[in-house]
Design a protein around this ligand. Structure first.
Ligand SMILES: *Cc1c(COP(=O)(O)O)cnc(C)c1O
Length: 375
């Protein structure tokens, strides 16, 4: 069997360990999973109702034109339908963007601590990824991105990926800073700037960005939104792409006609209309983050303020040993070795009870595991 060298050397995405897997492996009755930035509230009751009502129609193919979904998301995002397409999660849209706009041998640009799906999807398409380092603040290095793009000796990336807020760092670029960045890069020929706003509903900063307004001003901007986070539909897989109609048209040519399933197409409109669920999700998240900050300070662990639904912190210890010890106590967090974060864990916000269980387990593990010498 012969596969391309890029596929042969591809390291697959490592998802968070599942609850069932962990219960079995560690012989536990209960497990708290705070590893995948999922919504801890469970499904919105309005979404659940829509799903149940749609069940008897599952022998039909989904609506390939997304009529109801598009209408609902258009109202929610205040963007006309012609600017939108949809994917099987925004992850599929990342994949499609790379397939549509890059040829093998082309390159994309991002940061080394950006969401890892960009690099994985690129490699799968034999597209090279240039990753610029972040500074101590773990924010997207806008200045070095501009310098890279303006240096005539560098290859010309077709796509620039920015996650805002970023996963796994939780860091954020405010409106003013982002605008002046876009002013610098909006006229570079054949470059699309992909702004992945998976966590935008969790932003508490005053200087919040509304990408859905910016994309009309900057024609090379492509927005990605998802129903997986604040809307609690991670298992159904729906992501939204917002871009100029020309971009939408190319994506629609390449995507599979039924890439968003029927249940997802009815659950998404219901979920975005469930205002009280969304509000509750935000409140639970913000209270949870404040609790984590307070506890991490008490435990003396450095952390990064987050505008998303998770916090990144530095255990200052052998992270795989810490992670193993946490798993034996029934708590799943996420190590981030693939991002070059050698002693860090990412902890998603859960219900307050789950947050407390996680912190208690962490406190025990910190006592068992010695800090590394050079820390
Ligand atoms: C979770 C996440 C997504 C969403 O992925 P889906 O495929 O829509 O579930 C996209 N981008 C980032 C940065 C994420 O963390």
């Amino acid at each position: 069997m012969k596969v391309s060298s890029d596929i042969a050397s591809l390291k697959p995405y490592v998802p968070g360990k599942s609850i069932q897997e962990t219960m079995r492996e560690y012989n536990l009755d209960s497990v708290v999973k705070l590893a995948s930035n999922e919504n801890p509230l469970g499904l919105s009751s309005m979404a659940l109702k829509a799903i149940i009502e749609a069940l008897p129609e599952l022998h039909r193919y989904p609506d390939a034109s997304f009529a109801e979904l598009k209408q609902a998301m258009s109202e929610y995002y205040e963007v006309e339908p012609k600017y939108m397409s949809f994917g099987n999660g925004s992850n599929e849209l990342i994949d499609l963007l790379i397939r549509v706009f890059c040829e093998p041998g082309d390159c994309i640009l991002t940061s080394e601590k950006a969401f890892i799906a960009y690099k994985i999807c690129a490699k799968a398409a034999s597209v090279k990824t240039f990753e610029l380092p972040m500074g101590e603040d773990l924010k997207f290095p806008l200045q070095s991105l501009v310098e890279f793009l303006k240096n005539p000796n560098n290859p010309k990336p077709k796509l620039l990926f920015i996650a805002n807020p970023n996963n796994p760092t939780g860091t954020y670029i405010g409106h003013k800073e982002l605008k002046s960045f876009l002013d610098e890069v909006s006229n570079i020929p054949d470059l699309l700037v992909v702004l992945d706003e998976a966590y935008c509903e969790f932003v508490r900063e005053d200087e919040a960005v509304d990408g859905a307004k910016l994309f009309k001003e900057y024609k090379n901007l492509v927005l990605l939104r998802t129903l997986s986070k604040v809307f609690g539909l991670a298992g159904l897989r729906v992501g939204t792409l917002i871009a100029q109609p020309e971009v939408v048209d190319y994506i629609n040519r390449v995507r599979n006609p039924f890439n968003v399933n029927s249940l997802a197409q009815v659950a998404a409109p219901a979920a975005v209309k469930d205002k009280s669920y969304i509000q509750k999700a935000q409140e639970v998240n913000w209270k949870g983050l404040d609790y984590f900050y307070k506890e991490l300070e008490r435990l003396g662990l450095p952390y990064w303020k987050s505008q998303a639904n998770f916090v990144l912190f530095d255990t200052q210890r052998d992270v795989m040993a810490c992670n193993e010890a946490l798993l034996t106590k029934g708590v799943i967090m996420r190590p981030l070795l693939g991002y070059g974060l050698k002693t860090h864990l990412r902890l998603s916000v859960g219900l307050m009870k789950e947050n407390q269980v996680a912190i208690k387990a962490l406190e025990e593990v910190l006592k068992e595991q010695k800090p590394l010498e050079n820390k």
